[in-house]
Write a protein that binds this ligand. Structure first.
Ligand code: GRF
Length: 225
């Protein structure tokens, strides 16, 4: 099977990136990570990519004490993605909001892993907000990135039951474990063509529209925790 060329955008620790690196190295996924872009020069994800001999572009948002405007970041990132010829862009803990212009101009579809059961808890502090809201279920979602934050077509969700003694910290750890399963699973489905990668299909699709007659409606919900 032709390998899907992934570009991964990161801002932090990069444990999801590491899961993808491990899967690539073990030949468990038909992927080739062609490059990693970090908007922070102190992101540990950079070390992970370098250790795996993956191209890294650091487009720091605070280089020389000045904040890089998002437009400047996007201009450099687009050039990089074109050069790497990525088939799919994966936001894995990438903490800047990308503009509609970037998303439209991006040469490949973009997916994001978000730590909540969207559409609940868009944005930050998802675990604390889930606890405060008394949620019985929580988890994470992989969705198509559109101009509206955390609102594009949801492809997959991994669900866990919130325990009485869960805190925001324990939930974060438990959800992270689910992320390491659902992100590679979703990428495998994209690589196999089960989820289309044509951006236009997702931009027009309605939530819950049938992907194919014989398949479940989106999002696919997996009880993993
Ligand atoms: C994950 O919880 C992801 O859902 C969120 O940012 C976190 C990234 O973690 N978008 P890591 O950098 O992959 O360890």
């Amino acid at each position: 099977m032709k390998k899907l060329k992934l570009a991964v955008l990161v801002s932090g620790s990069g444990t999801n990136l590491q899961t993808l690196i491990n899967a690539q190295q073990a030949n468990e996924l038909p992927i080739e990570i062609v490059g990693v872009i970090s908007n922070r020069e102190d992101a540990y994800a950079i070390e992970r990519a370098k250790n795996a001999n993956i191209n890294v572009a650091v487009l720091s948002h605070t280089s020389s004490g000045k904040r890089m405007a998002i437009k400047t970041f996007e201009k450099h990132a687009l050039k990089q993605l074109q050069e790497w010829q990525a088939d799919l862009v994966v936001l894995a803990g990438f903490m800047r909001v990308l503009s509609g212009d970037f998303i439209n101009a991006c040469p490949a579809p973009i997916i994001n892993i978000h730590p909540s059961l969207l559409p609940k808890f868009k944005g930050l502090d998802t675990h604390a907000r889930a606890i405060d809201a008394g949620e019985e279920e929580h988890g994470c979602s992989v969705h198509i990135v559109t101009a509206e934050l955390d609102s594009g077509q949801i492809l997959t969700q991994a669900v866990l039951q919130v325990a009485d003694d869960d805190t925001a910290d324990t939930l974060q750890q438990r959800v992270h474990q689910l992320e390491y399963q659902i992100l590679p699973f979703t990428i495998a489905m994209i690589a196999k063509g089960v989820f289309a990668t044509d951006k236009a299909e997702y931009l027009d699709v309605q939530q819950g529209e049938i992907v194919a007659e014989c398949l479940p409606r989106l999002p696919w919900k997996l009880q993993l925790g």
